[in-house]
Design a protein around this ligand. Structure first.
Ligand code: TRP
Length: 350
């Protein structure tokens, strides 16, 4: 996690009473792509087995805050689980599960609906972006989304949350909810979770526009590498990736103001577990027509074993479901007592 930038850290002893615990989640929408892999899943793998307990969730209930075709949602849930497993997340080292199987998330989210203020949620930029001009027609779930996310984290008393830059504001909100709950009830019950924001080196941008994050929802499939793409498709997407007419810079500083060049260098570095400096030392001054095929070769070499393992796993959905079910059972052993204590604090008779 050398490139992780930790922001908003709590005073060093604020979470001292809590066992360090990592929680993160990804929505099962569309196909898993290179950005999720390098920016999220690969980091999840790195954090596992480091002595800290790790929980990685497939957040199906967040996915349905916008319309999902039911058959697609089912497929995407299993595909994301297969992606987790194929990337090296290990059910013996991490708790892997889908959110809806652990009802404590939604139960705690209701309590948080009553803690968070309308004004806080009104400020969420992701809601404004996703709701667009027609706010009146957005689902209530989309508005309350950050409260459920806070519940995901806090129902495990998780202290560390690896997320992308775009989730920083939601993490702030989770912290505000934890603080307000503790203040309202005069307890020190919830930790104030720290985001671990991805570093620039693992932030993968669109292949069509170096200023936009690579995204599962971009209408152009050429903008992203899906983990299910075959070798020819991967090579073609890199060949056609947007660049500028200059050759690669001779120094990393020389990539400033050249987002597309920077992105391809970062992808090469992240795939090869190397650094932008090392990539520039090797390819600085060379043309993109030379660099892009090398990048495609590296991507195919790294991703094809992963995608074949994913397809192998996808042939046995019953086994995937069994892994998720077993993960959910373990998750509940942590979540249920925390929900019970929350209800006790609030005065709810259970
Ligand atoms: N909102 C996150 C995203 O879209 C996904 C998510 C849901 C999440 N719950 C979470 C991430 C809890 C971290 C912790 O990327």
């Amino acid at each position: 996690m050398t490139d992780a930038v930790q922001t908003h850290s709590t005073p060093s002893d604020a979470n001292a009473a809590f066992k360090p615990r990592v929680f993160s989640g990804i929505q099962p929408t569309n196909h898993l792509q290179l950005g999720n892999y390098l920016g999220a899943v690969k980091r999840f793998v790195d954090m596992q087995g480091s002595g800290i307990e790790t929980l990685y969730c497939i957040v199906d209930l967040h996915a349905i805050t916008v319309w999902q075709d039911p058959a697609d949602l089912t497929r995407a849930t299993r595909e994301l689980a297969a992606g987790y497993l194929a990337s090296g997340l290990d059910p013996a080292k991490s708790i892997l599960f889908n959110q809806a199987r652990v009802p404590e998330h939604t139960q705690l989210a209701w309590v948080f609906n009553c803690v968070a203020r309308m004004g806080w949620l009104n400020r969420m930029t992701q809601f404004k972006d996703k709701a667009g001009k027609n706010r009146e027609n957005a689902s209530v779930g989309l508005f309350a989304y950050p409260n459920l996310m806070a519940a995901d984290i806090l129902t495990y008393h998780a202290t560390k949350v690896p997320v992308g830059e775009d989730q920083k504001q939601h993490l702030e909100l989770a912290r505000d909810i934890a603080i307000k709950f503790n203040n309202d009830f005069g307890v020190d019950f919830f930790p104030v979770p720290d985001p671990i924001i991805e570093g620039v080196a693992t932030r993968v941008m669109s292949l069509r526009d170096g200023s936009k994050k690579m995204s599962k929802s971009d209408p152009s499939d050429m903008s992203r590498i899906n983990l299910t793409d075959d070798a020819d498709t991967i090579a073609k997407k890199f060949r056609k990736a947007k660049t500028d007419p200059e050759p690669l810079a001779e120094t990393v500083e020389g990539l400033a103001g050249r987002p597309e060049a920077r992105n391809l260098v970062n992808i090469y570095a992240a795939l090869g577990d190397s650094t932008a400096e090392a990539v520039i030392a090797e390819f600085g001054g060379r043309s993109f027509s030379e660099f892009k095929p090398k990048l495609a070769d590296l991507a195919v070499a790294k991703l094809s074993p992963l995608s074949s393992e994913m397809s192998r796993l996808m042939q046995d959905p019953t086994e995937i479901d069994r892994v998720l079910e077993a993960g959910a059972e373990r998750a509940r052993t942590i979540a249920a007592p925390i929900l019970k204590r929350t209800y006790d604090i609030v005065g709810i008779v259970t």
